[in-house]
Write a protein that binds this ligand. Structure first.
Ligand SMILES: Nc1ncnc2c1ncn2[C@@H]1O[C@H](COP(=O)(O)OP(=O)(O)OP(=O)(O)O)[C@@H](O)[C@H]1O
Length: 244
């Protein structure tokens, strides 16, 4: 399995998993083969094959039990080139084949125009396009709004530009999804991201957002519903998955 991820820290985490693997010669609790890791979510000792299987099966169950997709739908995967959306693209393409969901999958990337950041991760997305055989659409702030994020920062300064960027990206994903004529957009938000958002909304006292932020599908009343198939997936497991 080849999954390119641009995050260096993932390797450090994987190294410590490998050291742990060497320390214990335990058996996989599912097949009694040699355990390769302790699963962060359940603390079970598992071999590689069983870890892959339970990781993918859980995501499949989430998709089926929440009725995330309907056969024949066009689905865009928000692909930032980061670890979550890269693993999501790989797993979704695999599940679409093995479980015959009948989905038409696309990669959709937003180029914010941040030199030294998004240009690097877009290279990862271009590689994923080839490896996973998924069509890629890149929409840029420059084309959509006439400004790159670098130009915006040069004009307004460094204060508050994360807010601008977040709003623009959200809109850019909607515009890209409309260009691709997709029925749904999926993002790589994971369980840790959602926990973070819950805490943030509690601290801000934002009750309206708090009640919305844990939904697996949002925007059903808008033009393009958004889903989070990794809602129950731990970030640590997303990091481990491509390296095993
Ligand atoms: N530039 C982008 N283009 C397309 N989708 C994006 C972009 N930035 C974020 N997303 C989507 O939103 C999700 C959450 O955004 P976040 O800012 O946490 O991403 P990230 O940390 O850059 O990368 P990742 O979540 O893929 O590891 C991503 O998983 C991805 O699906």
């Amino acid at each position: 399995m080849i999954i390119h991820i641009s995050l260096v820290e993932s390797r450090t985490e994987v190294k410590s998993m490998e050291q742990e693997r060497e320390r214990n010669g335990r058996l996989c609790c599912l097949c009694s083969g040699r355990a390769a890791l302790r699963r962060p979510k359940t603390l079970q000792q598992l071999c590689r094959e069983c870890f892959f299987r339970v990781f993918e099966d859980e995501i499949h169950q989430v998709i089926v039990s929440n009725g995330l997709f309907t056969r024949g739908e066009r689905v865009a995967i928000g692909a930032s080139g980061g670890k979550d959306s890269t693993v999501l693209a790989y797993v979704l393409a695999k599940l679409n084949q093995t479980h015959d969901y009948g989905l038409h999958l696309f990669l959709l990337s937003v180029d914010e125009g941040i030199t030294g950041y998004r240009d690097d991760s877009l290279e990862t997305v271009h590689r994923n396009q080839i490896q996973y055989g998924l069509p890629l659409k890149v929409v840029s702030y420059k084309d959509l709004y006439g400004w790159t994020m670098d130009e915006i920062v040069a004009t307004i300064g460094k204060k508050n530009n994360c807010t601008f960027c977040g709003v623009f990206r959200r809109q850019a994903l909607d515009r890209g999804a409309a260009l691709l004529k997709v029925d749904k957009l999926v993002t790589g938000h994971n369980a840790d991201d959602i926990a973070e958002t819950v805490l943030l909304n509690i601290l801000r006292g934002d009750i309206a957002r708090l009640s919305r932020c844990t939904s697996i599908t949002t925007g059903e009343d808008g033009p393009i519903p958004r889903c989070k198939p990794f809602k129950y997936t731990y970030e640590k497991e997303i990091v481990i998955y491509p390296f095993n």
